[in-house]
Design a protein around this ligand. Structure first.
Ligand code: NCD
Length: 394
């Protein structure tokens, strides 16, 4: 697709685009990972955690359902998706929003020659937010500019969320990835008490271990060139201090880390290393982020499939990792993580997928400016709960 009217805006450096994607210090549209600054990530992390706790109680679930009943979401997913689509649907349901979906443009009027931008304007007439995944790399961005132009003429305009565009960006996946990493690197355990806690226990073995995302060694493995999740996550992580990133990909240019991403990470002060074998780094990393080979981008559709086996993780490799080091994967997986790894204590990818629900719900409360109500309800419900249960001082 060509968008001649938007070309000048599309071709600007991303940094210059950011101000018009915000309003009153809040995100207005979500297109790029780098819109999620560290402070906002911390905020969304806290909101996601509160939503998770509230959703587990009847009062909390009823409260959440009453937050946004007047809002309707259009989920425009013309490129394949399972988790992103379903977790956005579930997040909307959690907050009382209603949803409609288009997953196949051949059943919409685009088939009759309607321009995608006219379709988008129709969506914004009926809905209050458009969450979209399209195979067209710039389409979500163009839609956001269209909405801004409508806004400038006092026409109806709604937020656009990029739920994965081309090989380039997947900001909401990186949001849930960060939320997952934040949870993992709190090193909490249900068994934590005044006498014993997991973090102190781990520190007996790993003396330099610290809580949080800084001071960590991150491993990324698989299709580093075409995996948009790696790209978005590495960009977000680079905001933290004292990081090493190790990128493992088979010796094939189609999969290896792109030089532009490498340059950006180096400029952000990250120590970047490249490898061909997972075996070289498993003992050193604090986290492993696996990805599949994205062979749908191959000309013939499957030329790079065979490379998957060359970097698959085995039980032997997983067990050589630090005991607390999580294994993440955005999914879908192929053979790079065999199912026997699912039983390993390091396997966190199903938790990661579930975190998508909380993180996306948190993002929606931010966009619709109701996150402060979540905080109020959380304090109301849980401080009473804690006070009630706290043993009286003797
Ligand atoms: C990823 C995607 O679509 O970019 N999946 C996801 O959104 N969870 C990764 C992939 O397709 O491999």
């Amino acid at each position: 697709m060509n968008f001649p009217d938007f070309e000048r805006r599309l071709n600007r450096p991303t940094q210059l685009k950011l101000p018009e994607l915000e309003r009153n210090g809040r995100l207005k549209h979500v297109l790029f990972a780098r819109q999620l600054g560290r402070e906002l990530l911390e905020e969304l992390n806290v909101t996601a955690t509160m939503i998770r706790h509230l959703a587990a109680t009847k009062d909390g679930a009823v409260f959440l359902k009453g937050l946004l009943p007047e809002k309707r979401a259009m989920l425009y997913f013309t490129q394949t998706s399972t988790r992103t689509f379903l977790s956005f649907t579930a997040a909307c349901q959690l907050l009382g929003m209603s949803t409609a979906e288009i997953r196949d443009p051949s059943v919409s009027s685009e088939y009759k020659g309607e321009s995608p931008l006219d379709s988008m304007r129709m969506f914004s007439s009926y809905f209050d937010i458009v969450v979209m995944r399209s195979g067209e790399p710039n389409f979500a961005e163009v839609c956001a500019y269209l909405m801004n132009d409508l806004d400038a003429f006092h026409q109806r305009s709604v937020p656009i969320i990029n739920a994965g565009a081309g090989t380039d960006e997947h900001p909401t996946q990186s949001l849930l990835d960060i939320h997952t990493i934040q949870r993992c690197f709190e090193f909490e355990s249900e068994r934590d008490s005044g006498d014993w806690n997991r973090f102190d226990e781990l520190r007996k073995q790993y003396r330099d271990l610290t809580k949080g995302l800084s001071n960590k060694v991150y491993g990324f493995c698989g299709d580093l060139a075409r995996g948009r999740t790696v790209r978005s996550l590495a960009i977000l992580l680079s905001q933290y201090e004292a990081l090493e990133m190790h990128f493992v990909a088979p010796a094939d240019e189609r999969l290896r880390l792109h030089s532009d991403l490498k340059r950006r990470l180096l400029d952000a002060g990250v120590s970047v290393h490249e490898h061909e074998r997972l075996d070289d780094i498993v003992e050193d990393i604090d986290l492993l982020y696996m990805t599949r080979v994205q062979s749908e981008h191959d000309k013939a559709g499957s030329e790079t499939d065979h490379l998957q086996q060359s970097y698959a993780i085995t039980t032997e490799l997983a067990n050589r990792m630090k005991s607390y080091a999580p294994i993440l994967h955005p999914f879908p997986r192929n053979s790079e993580i065999p199912p026997e790894i699912d039983r390993n204590e390091r396997a966190m990818y199903f938790h990661q997928a579930r975190n998508g629900l909380w993180a996306r719900a948190a993002l929606l409360t931010h966009l619709f400016d109701v996150d402060r109500h979540v905080t109020t309800q959380y304090r109301r419900q849980f401080s009473e709960f804690h006070n009630y249960n706290r043993a009286s001082p003797t």
